[in-house]
Structures are given as C-alpha cells and as structure tokens.
Design a protein around this ligand. Structure first.
Ligand code: FE
Ligand code: FE
Ligand code: ZN
Length: 276
C-alpha cells in the first residue's frame, strides 16, 4: 500500500479536489494554499472543508500536503517581503485548521544576500511566531535544489532550522526527489546512503512526505526542473526503488511532474502497480 497522488488545482474548491483524486485512483494530494505566483487566496468555506474532511476519512486518504506560495520568502533581505511572507504563513496555517491533521509544506526561502545563517534564523523566528502546540497541522520544510541563495539545499541547513523551532512535534521535512538529486545527493547510485545521511543529520522520523519527481538535470546541477516519472535522470528503476523503500512506507508521495490530468492518472497507476 502506498499513499500516492499529485498536485491539484484548488479552483473548484476543496471537496472537488478530493473527488478528482478518487477519480484519478490516488489517496492523497497537494494543492497551493493560494495562487502560486501571485498571492491571492481562494476562500475556503466551512461546508467545503468539512465535505472534504468526510471524503478523506471515507476514502482512507493519507495526509494531504498543502504547498505554501512560491512568493512567500521568510528570509528575504527586504523587510516588506519578509512581512508579506509572514502574513501568508499565518493565514495559511489558520486556513489549514479547517482541514486538521494534514501537512503544510513550503520552500524555506532565499536569503537574497543576507547569508545562510541570517536566513535560517529569520525562517525559524517566523515559524516560532505562528506555530503553537495546539495547532493541528505539521509544517514541512522542503528539501531544495540549492538554486541561487535558496536555503534547504543541504540537510544541515534544514536541521538547523528545525533545531531553532520550538514546536518540535509539529515540524518535519518533505523530501523532494528532484530537488535533492539536483542539490547533489546521489539517489541513483546510493539512495541508502542518502537516507543514512538524512537520518544522521535530521533524523528519519522527520521525513514525513515525498515530492516524487524525476529530474531534467544531472546530480548536483542545482537547477530544479522536474521531469515525468522515470523519464529523467533518476529513471524508472530508481523511482521504483525509492517508492518501495521501507523507510518511506506510509508517507504520502506527491507527483509534481509536468503532466496534464491524463498524465497524472497514468503515473498514479504506474506507482500503484509497483505495490500489487
Ligand atoms: Fe515545492
Ligand atoms: Fe517539490
Ligand atoms: Zn521544484
């Protein structure tokens, strides 16, 4: 058994995404909490949220992995960008309370010249201002490709953010296979070693979700261009090995591959076949 799904558009509301995923054959999904490029929010109604909650229970979905906006940068050198990012984070986490028990993943941020240390501190400070022991969402930091001044291209950077976060039981990591590969971790030749490294630096118990993407670029390219499942540098064997790895059993796997609906249906089918 695996929790597999893909990224969906929130345009038609929350319950609609659940229905779409049932129809795709999956049992988890991801969605942007707001327009990924701009910042505008789709308002969620209580009725829509509870309809989705019902569906998730009935269809035995795994945790959903909501995705924060790309424009949210908690460690920008510009104070107004940081403030804006903080407002998004706060609103997103408030909204997530309507669908309790799920994950909220975001890109840690880009320090834009301030330096990694300052960036890490600002990210952790922002999280500490909004996260509470009472909240019903686990916040996930995404492993990044290490493009430009992006933070999170190494496990050490993520570990340092986590070390500074007060609500330790509400913080984890989303392992993006394309990003981690692009960052220089060799998932093809030694996935076990990458996981061992993750365990030593962060702790495997923090690995709570997977962004299941192939990559258009070689290991260490720092590019972040996703490829269809098995059609990139990771290839079908590695993707299958990752999906079947016992250390990742029971985690939601989210496809963020360049696909239309038909392509996602197909990839969900491929992954499910690995578990028959
Ligand atoms: Fe992402
Ligand atoms: Fe991702
Ligand atoms: Zn990416």
């Amino acid at each position: 058994m695996i929790y597999i799904g893909c990224h969906l558009s929130v345009t038609d509301g929350y319950e609609a995404m659940g229905k779409t995923m049932v129809e795709f054959g999956g049992n988890t999904f991801a969605f942007f909490t707001r327009n990924p490029r701009g910042g505008k929010t789709k308002e969620i109604t209580r009725e829509d949220a509870s309809a989705l909650n019902e569906l998730l229970k009935k269809e035995q979905f795994g945790p959903l992995v909501a995705h924060g906006s790309y424009t949210m940068n908690l460690c920008s050198a510009k104070p107004e960008t940081r403030d804006n990012g903080f407002d998004m984070l706060k609103q997103d986490l408030q909204r997530m309370e309507m669908i309790p028990g799920n994950y909220y993943n975001f890109h840690p941020g880009a320090h834009t010249g301030q330096g990694v240390e300052t960036g890490i501190r600002q990210i952790a400070e922002a999280l500490n201002r909004v996260m509470t022991p009472e909240m019903h969402t686990t916040v996930l930091l995404e492993t990044m490709a290490g493009k430009g001044s992006e933070i999170g291209g190494t496990f050490e950077e993520l570990a340092e953010i986590i070390r500074l976060v007060a609500c330790k039981d509400k913080i984890g990591v989303c392992f993006d296979t394309c990003h981690t590969w692009d960052a220089g971790y060799d998932l093809v030749n030694d996935f076990d070693r990458v996981l061992k490294r993750f365990d030593e630096v962060i702790g495997l118990e923090r690995l709570m979700a997977v962004h299941f993407n192939d990559s258009k670029n070689p290991c260490g390219s720092h590019k972040d261009r996703h490829e269809k499942l098995g059609e990139g540098y990771l290839g079908p064997e590695t993707m299958k090995k990752i999906a079947q790895h016992t250390a990742l059993a029971g985690k939601p796997f989210i496809l963020e591959t360049p696909n239309d609906d038909e392509g996602y249906r197909k990839e969900i089918g491929i992954v499910k076949d690995w578990f028959r």
